[in-house]
Design a protein. Sequence first.
Length: 137
Amino acid sequence: MSLFKVFDISGSGMTAQSLRLNITASNLANADSVSSSTEETYRAREPVFSAIYDRARGDQASVGVKVAAVVENQSPLQREYRPDHPMADEEGYIYKPNVDVVAEMANMISASRSYQSNVEVFNTSKRMLMRTLTMGQ
């Protein structure tokens, strides 16, 4: 494996974790939103990752990660009886998103640490490459 592939791998990891952080931020931003119907209510979103393989070499060596899709969480929405709320439906219910704030915070910490790890891999590889280039001097 070429040393330059490490940059591709860590770069794809940083891109994936950056998207994961953005999705988590979107979920947290919409955690307290309300709606009058289940169709209009925000649903938590989650990224789905997949490995990228080097098909040119034919050895199935992994060369990174990509976001295959962003899917909506299918857990039930929160239904709350609030007949005095302006967004209440005919029966007096409002609907809140299925965002678990504690799980989203844990997800945000995990994504942030994964991003930091990829930055460290990138920087360490860069230092190793620079030292390799100065060995002959």
